[in-house]
Design a protein around this ligand. Sequence first.
Ligand SMILES: [Zn+2]
Length: 500
Amino acid sequence: MEYDVIIGMEIHAELKTKSKMFCRCDNNARGAEPNSKICPICLGHPGTLPYPNQQAIEWTILLGLGLHCQINELSKFDRKNYFYPDLPKGYQISQFELPFCYGGYLDIDGENIAITRIHLEEDTGKSMHPAGKDYSLVDLNRAGTPLIELVTEPVIRSAEMAKKFCQRYQQILRYLDISSADMEQGEMRCEANVSIQEKGKWKHEDGMILPIGDYKLNPKVELKNINSFRAVEKAILYEVERQKKALADGEKLRQETRGWNESTGKTVHQRFKETSADYRYFPEPDIPPLKFSGQQIEEIKAKLIELPSEKKVRFINEYGFDDITAEILVSDKPLADYAEHVVSELEEWIDSTGDTWERQKNKLAKLTANWLVSELFKHLNANNQTIRDIKISPENFAELMTLVYQDKVNSSAAQTILKVMYEKGSDPTDVMYELGLEQMDDTAELEAVVNSILAANPDQVAQFKAGKTAVAQFLVGRVMAETKGKANPKKVQEIMKKIL
Ligand SMILES: [Zn+2]
């Protein structure tokens, strides 16, 4: 049997506002003593009243605008009722019927993944189960942290696409500087709804999966406990195979919630799924509905910056970067800013030589991409650092590019210079002269060295003349060694060819 894989994502992210969603408690509880960032409001004491965080609401709308959503001019909060020890009120303030944002999309590799809604709610506390003890502990520092939930339509068709969606979404949250979105810290939590349907027996309509004819749809399974992007992909791949096998074995699938177990690489049953009716949603009586005028929405829109997908397209069109390089550069805003600064320096420089970036962009973009993404990243990775930590100014980096571009240094000398720059933040031209790395480019000088090497290696010269041309590599290598790596290797090859 051939199946289509259908995936919808639900992603929660904690906003990094100064205070919590409905009270003045400090929202940054990293490393804090358990239950030290709490007050009667986030503990849900009787008689307290929630007071919505304006910053959190504006950020939610900003995010929605960045994801091409419609903004509800009338919005409200609702109570989602359930009992759990980490939820002292017995309900969570969330949004049900009128979320702040609805109907957007996120572009992944040229495909627009439809977003159903983005709403704002409060996070719960954390339960802890100490090993070997017969009790559990509750830390309520996180209770009341602003939490945005994004829900996509069931339109994602592969585990890889689901992973890319989560990665891009994290980048956007970080570009907008509204969430740290660290999955390991639980600041961003991805859940996937996965079902498989027989090919040709179903269709998409109004964001829903509908059967064709008398086909009976297979239920979706919700996957939780996913703590990394890799796990998003692995959990979905596992789940798809599990569902296929269950159907092949004649089992009936049930709508359920399953948890991803990283150490076994399997999903395990947690519970059969609640429906929204089980939560007895009703409007939050302590917070009046919220109205936004077109003008207010426009004011928030004015704060929107260029996001990674648009930046990637611009980097490709304007600067001539290839797809892979552009994707890497835009993945992190400080890195994208750095690359753009380097490019603008290079543009200025190439203009001053009477040429233009437009004319030289194939060569310049390739050069910059190689030195940024391959060479600089080697140092960043080896030192476990990011672009935020580096001492090399974009001006100096661009200057190194001009030295390479003009053949003033060869590639191995440039690597040596970059290493010094990385360690000390030095000016590349200074390093080049200090270490005597400027390329030997003078024809007469090079001819002299080549002649002396040929004279010293008569056997290899004879072999070359007998047709064993591979031996030329050896002779070039001798010249490079003789000049301590300073000779222009291209020129050495030309000269040697001419003489031989
Ligand atoms: Zn509080």
